[in-house]
Design a protein around this ligand. Structure first.
Ligand code: NAI
Ligand code: MG
Length: 367
């Protein structure tokens, strides 16, 4: 079966990082007969420059038709002044919305070679491998009412509304339990049921979903603030963490800092499985942005983008062996002392974006 990939490199370092994934795709096609069919599209500022929209309808249609979308990064000072509706981020938001990507997967992995340079103690992060699953399409970022009202007495009131329905909690916890089964079989659900009604419902629905369909998985619950503390104190106690949009945004950024540079962090956003084929819409992207401060210099770290492609192999194409091998290749080149500038330290070998990509392709081939 062919595997349709849409590449949306975007702006800034997005295209530089995506070029390294393109090398891997070519190599897997020619040497492993992987059968990837790739198309390219424009997103973000580059799409705006070409046709005045952060993503065109034609590219949006390609995204909906693809088996998976690889997304680089968008934005930059060049587009700071353009209208809100067509700002670069609008391209990503449209993709998430129209592809109905409700599950955001943010792994926090600490590569052994980088454990010593973490901001935390080496024993706390060494060997860390956790997966935070954030609900991405509901909660307080989208709930209505959402407004600022003028109270008339020189006071205004800002209102956001946290809303979750049963089906939203069921489907995100289903993703968490299913992925836990492919890992260490543990899920910790985080909410604030002590002060939030949506938290009470979240806890109830996760518990019921577990009881009905996933009782083989170990389930624990934690208040989200305590969870934040535990993430920093002893993150290795977790396997999969499932939480709402707001808490997930914050907790995944906290977890990111456990592991070192922004240039290392991948993510995936998944939709619901198609009832006929079982396949999910999915978009894979590095956590970092377009890094305008280093764009065009050939020094960006391509690992976040490459690790995002590894997630694509794992979650969209069930190429588990290849995904494992690619992640091992990343770890191995780091073990050998290869570093881009953002993670450079004494005694290591500094490589540019292209040379780092080549080293990973070479290692992937030889493992
Ligand atoms: P950023 O992630 O682009 O950069 C933050 C810092 O990390 C910079 O010093 C940058 O050089 C460094 N960095 C990031 N990725 C790196 C990599 N792969 N290799 C080496 N160093 C790396 O975040 P910032 O500066 O807040 O935003 C820059 C632009 O990116 C803005 O226009 C922002 O809106 C956009 N952005 C886009 C995102 C997306 O496309 N998903 C996410 C975050 C920001
Ligand atoms: Mg964030």
């Amino acid at each position: 079966a062919t595997k349709k990939l849409l590449l949306l490199p975007g702006d800034g370092i997005g295209p530089e990082a995506m070029a390294e994934v393109a090398k891997l795709i070519d190599m897997m096609n020619t040497e492993l007969g992987a059968g990837f069919e790739t198309e390219e599209g424009l997103v973000g500022g580059s799409a705006y420059d070409a046709h005045g929209q952060a993503i065109s309808d034609a590219d949006m249609a390609k995204a909906l038709a693809a088996d998976a979308v690889l997304f680089g990064a968008v934005g930059g000072p060049k587009w700071d002044g353009i209208p809100y509706e067509v700002r670069p981020e609008a391209g990503l938001l449209r993709l998430r919305k129209e592809m109905e990507l409700f599950a955001n997967l943010r792994p926090a992995i600490c590569y052994p070679a980088l454990a010593a340079s973490s901001s935390l103690k080496q024993e706390v992060v060494e060997g860390l491998d956790i997966l935070i699953i954030r609900e991405l399409t509901g909660g307080v970022y989208f709930g209505e009412p959402k407004e600022i009202i003028d109270l008339g007495n020189g006071q205004k009131r800002g209102i956001d509304t946290q809303v979750y329905d049963t089906f939203e909690i069921e489907r995100i916890s289903g993703v968490a339990f299913e992925l836990a089964r492919t890992r260490r079989n543990k899920v910790c659900s985080m909410e604030k049921r002590n002060v939030m009604k949506s938290g009470v419902l979240w806890n109830e629905v996760v518990t019921a979903t577990h009881k009905e369909r996933y009782s083989d998985v170990e389930l624990t619950h934690m208040l989200a603030d305590a969870g934040g503390m535990q993430l920093v104190r002893w993150p290795k106690q977790f396997d999969v963490i499932v939480t709402d949009n707001l808490f997930g945004d914050m907790l995944s950024d906290v977890a990111a800092m456990l592991t070192g540079s922004l240039g290392m962090l991948p993510s995936a956003s998944l939709g619901a499985p198609d009832p006929k084929t079982g396949s999910r819409k999915a978009l894979y992207e590095p956590v970092h942005g377009s890094a305008p401060d280093i764009a065009g210099q050939g020094i960006a770290n391509p690992i976040a983008m490459i690790a995002s492609f590894a997630m694509c192999l794992r979650y969209s194409f069930n190429m588990v062996e290849e995904a494992d091998r690619l992640e091992k290749a990343i770890s191995a080149v780091l073990d050998e002392g290869c570093r881009t500038r953002d993670v450079m330290s004494e005694g290591m070998t500094e490589l540019g974006t292209g040379a780092m990509g080549d080293a990973i392709v070479e290692k992937f081939r030889s493992l």
